[in-house]
Design a protein around this ligand. Sequence first.
Ligand code: ATP
Length: 462
Amino acid sequence: MAITPDTKMDLLISLCKRRGFIFPGSEIYGGFANSWDYGPYGAQLKKNIRDAWWDRFVLRRGDVVGVDTPIIMNPKAWEASGHIATFTDPLVDCKKCKRRFRADHLLEAKAAEPGYDKEKPVDLVGMACPECGGTLTDIRYFNLMFKTFVGSTEDTTSVAYLRPETAGGMFVAWKNVRDTMRKRLPFGIAQTGKAFRNEITPGNFIFRTREFEQMEIEYLCRPEDAPKAFEAWLGEMKAWVTDVLKLDPSHVVYREIEDADRAFYSARTVDIEYMYPFGTKELYGIANRTDYDLSRHQEYSKEDLRYLDPETGEHILPFVIEPTWGLDRSVLAVLAEHLDIDDAPTADEGDAEPRMVLRLPPLLSPVKAAVLPLQKKGGLSEEAHALADRLRSEGIAVEYDESGSIGKRYRRQDEIGTPWCITVDAQTPEDKTATVRDRDAMTQERIPIADIAAWIAERLRT
Ligand code: ATP
């Protein structure tokens, strides 16, 4: 049984539900469109990605500091950033079937059609509904920010917004970070957290939702250093994709955004796209935002947001390189990339059956090792419990499972991406060894129990 792009999403969504990664949100109330609950394994996978990111880009670097700013900020911040005026998507409705589309997505799809003449701009005139062929309405602009009210009165003075990106909080906190951290340019501010957008066309599982998590860095530098810093961060993003998420480089597209398609303040933008089963779509992005954000916040807040260069005595408004990672899209890319079906031997000699396996990078796997006594009797349960406790005390995420056939227990661990299954068998009480089965190669190695924690820790470092 092979996985094809057509079947992959269905397999993935059902695996996520069956095995406790991701469930439909609010399910007992009939669901809530495009909202998802991360179950125990999904939440851990997501946390492992977030932790790997923080570890790599904050803890292991001397030039990036982390912050945690609020989801609801002073609404003036969004006026300054331009979000209130321009954070809109163009939408059109089909007059016949009433479906709603993003006009830019329709244009992109049209331009990607075979035979399309790249010299000729596409416009919506004469374009019909791609679903039913009906007539489309004119384009309307729709602001994506969620509005709310702060305090007990619901009037215009108490209107506030849920942040549509985490970046805004870092620009607003910049003055305090500058004044307290004694950092010299170039240096970055990092943050992870939820962002909210009232998307017109959410969908494709967790790819586009109205509530999602971002991991962002605002890297501040002297204007003349911005192109070099951009290259360096683009390199960091490439390394993250291959070294941490272990995505095949041929599944990732780096799309240089042309002048005409970039935000007016951006000196350079690269979209990083992944070949999801439903098409090649944005995973991450990186932009040289120049001094746009700081100059706008300086203008609106009337605070001096310049940096005093201690060497030259100059006051400068730094340029900002902004690499952005979507956390939910990372989870989806990792799951899609590493879902596989191969053949596994059955209990009958020489026989094999298809097995579904998530070949997650061990660092990201929600469970690192499963401890499985071959049988409950003969003191094997006790031996196995003691081993599981020992590994847990070393900080290794372990699962203990003694029910069902060993083959079924392996299959379950394969489906949740556990890299190692440790089997405690009749030999264990005698010589204090256990076998470690490798998820991908399905080979077994007998290892002294006392060495297993170090054996796993060593493999998690690579
Ligand atoms: P798109 O073109 O897909 O709407 P975007 O260009 O608006 O995305 P950015 O504003 O650059 O996205 O946001 C940065 C990152 O946040 C994206 O690269 C993506 O990983 C993530 N992201 C944005 N919107 C969503 C969403 N609705 N659901 C999940 N992740 C999102």
